[in-house]
Design a protein around this ligand. Structure first.
Ligand code: ATR
Length: 270
């Protein structure tokens, strides 16, 4: 154990939090770089109603260095921050909060979970047709990334008004989950809904999938959608891979170092 009185505490806050793989991923990275005496990463459950108290404590405790947040804090924390970086502002959510002097500033690395796996595979987003299922918080960062990267966005959502609003905001088209025939012509399909996380359901009938598709699912462990995608020979990118690149972005903000990919992958078990 290398933790000492100068060790900086980095945190993930969320509610619930028990399923998170972030502590293993970040601590593996700190260990690989030999900075595990300087940084330690823990996850902490914080109820949405306690966010203001949490932030007061975070500011007061000097060793509390930085934190990342997940559902349901990414938007509700924003009014309490002193500054928000322009990318996070455009996405409308933060997932990294740093102490800068006595001020708190928010950033967003969620969109890297979509763009980096594509870059790593040498797939440019420019001109790609992206079919995005979902219009919640996770979907927003993917809509932003698609628009910023020059992709062609179509949003499908259970509540059509939300699909329409997201599409208008990020310059895309929208459609209904009841008619997914357009999906066949997409290059990249993203399940950014929670469907499949707790059950074996999938929004995408297998007959719409083909080996030409790249399929993302923000959920982990692997959902039923992956079985269907594998069966047709599509390229699949799973929720843990997205978490990895979101995490590498967080690592840089927290420590100033490039996140060591191999060690962080190992921490995630991928
Ligand atoms: P997150 O921040 O994780 O994206 P969220 O903001 O609650 O969470 O969004 C969840 C997404 O999953 C939404 O797009 C939601 O659709 P609605 O906007 O219609 O609520 C979608 N979703 C959740 N359960 C669903 C279901 N059973 N069928 C279809 N879509 C579902």
């Amino acid at each position: 154990m290398k933790i000492n009185s100068k060790t900086k505490l980095c945190m993930l806050i969320g509610d619930p939090i028990h399923h998170s793989l972030s502590p293993q991923m970040h601590n593996s990275g700190y260990e690989a770089l030999g900075i595990d005496d300087q940084y330690v990463f823990v996850s902490i459950q914080v109820k949405p109603t306690d966010i203001e108290d949490f932030l007061k404590g975070f500011k007061a405790m000097q060793n509390f260095h930085s934190f990342t947040c997940t559902v349901p804090h990414k938007v509700i924390v924003m009014p309490y921050l002193d500054a928000v970086d322009p990318v996070a502002q455009e996405i409308g959510a933060v997932n990294v909060i740093l102490k800068e002097g006595s001020k708190l500033k928010g950033y967003n690395t969620d969109w890297l979970g979509f763009t980096c796996p594509l870059e790593k595979r040498g797939i440019p987003l420019k001109g790609k047709k992206v079919a995005l299922l979902g219009a919640g918080g996770v979907a927003r960062s993917i809509a932003y990334a698609t628009s910023a990267g020059g992709g062609e966005l179509t949003v499908y959502n259970r509540t059509p008004e939300k699909a329409q609003a997201l599409a208008i905001e990020f310059g895309g088209e929208f459609g209904s989950l009841d008619d997914l025939t357009g999906i066949a012509g997409a290059d990249i399909i993203v399940n950014a809904t929670s469907v499949g996380m707790h059950d074996k359901k999938t929004l995408l009938p297998k007959e719409y999938l083909s080996r030409d598709h790249i399929i993302f699912d923000v959920n982990y462990p692997r959902t039923h959608l992956y079985q269907d995608a594998d069966a047709v020979g599509a390229q699949v990118i799973d929720g843990r891979e997205m978490l990895l690149y979101i995490g590498i972005g967080i690592f840089k903000y927290f420590t100033g170092y490039e996140g060591p990919e191999a060690a962080m992958r190992k921490g995630l078990g991928i």
